[in-house]
Design a protein around this ligand. Sequence first.
Ligand SMILES: [Fe+2]
Length: 298
Amino acid sequence: MSANNFDHLLAASIERGGLDRQQIAQILNFKLFGNPTGFLHLRHLPIGEIPPTPASREALHKHDDSSERLLLQATVLLGEPVGYLQESGGAIVNNFFPQRGQSRAATSDSFDTELDLHTENAFHAIQPDYLLLLCLRQDPEAEAITYVASAERILARLSYEEQLFFLNEPYNFLSDYGPSEKNQRIDIDKHQTVLYGDPDAPFLRFDPQFMLAFSNRAQALLERLRAIAWSVVEPIRLCPGDLLIIDNRRTVHARSRFDARFDGSDRWIQRAFAICNPRFYAERLGKQHRVFGLVTEL
Ligand SMILES: [Fe+2]
């Protein structure tokens, strides 16, 4: 979609996104005040007519844009909608559904492999602040579960010493973005701590499959953190018309495996990312972007 067409869609989303006043208030409340779970789950939203789930991105033809408008309206309430070149070619609205050949890939197109707990783009200098998942179709067996664990619940189970450790100990965060594709494991020399920001209410970044510890103790504590995160997860089963908004700086999330039939009835999720400080990034990068490549430093 051209930038011009996207701006038209964005303008239409603001005018006619389909959220009612109460839902808009819930999203703004979540943005301003947060909550202990780190996510907001809205149900029964108007997503319009949904065609059979396509078999591939090339076969994706969706005439009713109600779901895109809804997703973008929610996204702009949280921040600036952005894309990444390595995610669906930089599309601002990403579509995920099972695709043959992607079954075991560690991406959102996979289905018969669990995606472990992680923060979205933990290695990236421009991490999404919010991640929005809009369910267009549930998987036929209703097996797919999204899990979210919040920093607040995780921190409650860490000792003061462990919290100090994670505020100070750097880990090497590997990039899964190559120049144009995902699913790499690239050392970009991104040494950063798991907890950061205000020590009294820290942010959290965590992706154990893409993190290297510098000592045995750091590795052991990373594994402990992963176990704690799994012990406090909230399971969410997304139904058609459900919107899940995840605070990506205060949570980790995961997804269970599920089955696919490739007959038009498979799970279909639309995703968008919001960043809250686009002007700061424009200042640091000397350029305004809506779609980012791999940015390692600001
Ligand atoms: Fe994710």
